[in-house]
Design a protein around this ligand. Sequence first.
Ligand code: ADP
Length: 321
Amino acid sequence: MTEATALEQALRTVAGERVQVVRISADGSASVVIDAEGLDDTARQTMQSDLHAAAKGIGVAALRVAMSAPRRRRRIIAVGSGKGGVGKSTLSANLAIALHRLGRATGLVDADIHGPSQARLFATEDQRPEANGNKLTPVMSRFGVPMLSMAHLVRPGQPIAWRGPMAGNALGQLIDAEWGNAEVIVVDLPPGTGDVQLTMLQKYKPAGAVIVSTPQDLALIDATRAMGLFEQGGVPLIGMVENMAGYLCPHCGETSDPFGHGGAEQAAMTSGLPFLGRIPLAMAIRQGSDAGEPPAAGEGPLADAYLAIARQLVEWLDRNG
Ligand code: ADP
């Protein structure tokens, strides 16, 4: 029996007919493609570790497992806030990466036409999307998340001062791009309740919206306005995230609450909106954002906080499939 056949047999004891292609390279490393249709994240993870164990059992130490993404309908999740500066773009970027890490093929659109910041967050400022016919091919970030931002279409430093309809058309180009197998598109909306937001809601019908707020009362009043916009547009509210909730001291590791505690959670509860979680005000988030290293791509408590919120989004998407 060849080594590849022996490996295939071992892998089939774990994954049966789901085993599609088994390869062993000259350097002794092996790879397998698994049809993961219909498996949830837990089942995929369990299968993955069982496959590694089975390979090890017959002396193959290095196995690369590729799971074909289960095909699901592509859906848009809009991330909105009542005002700027509450960390909406940072949250959108990190949630897109966290969703990707949870096995959901995710793309990101920076719809903040007048102040695009996602290209910096993902360190893709130097890349340009290609035009394929009349569609754009998104730029691939280092984190496995394809993305498009107005910053990719204009020259650096060029001011973007478009009026409503032009901004709406530009947004259309970004959303109607070739997103490949992406099943979730996270859209970072501009703050407030203007033309771009309305076009977005009316034309592209997001499956749901996430509201970001800081714990400060003022930001909360603005967040309530953003909730009204989505409700008016018939977009279901998935829930609220409290950002900059408590200060995570980089020196002592303790969290304090310069802006008060639990304001967003309270507001969410009052309006019957699910509370999705809180992200602390942390130097590492600001630094990581500026350096094109979003914390969700790494390990540790900050990555865990983003992953926990992303897990709730996945559950919501599955419940509202
Ligand atoms: P918005 O999109 O709401 O205007 P940004 O995401 O651009 O806000 O964030 C504004 C600034 O705050 C950025 O410098 C960003 O790095 C920083 N920031 C966002 N969230 C956090 C956080 N949880 N901790 C520390 N800094 C943050």
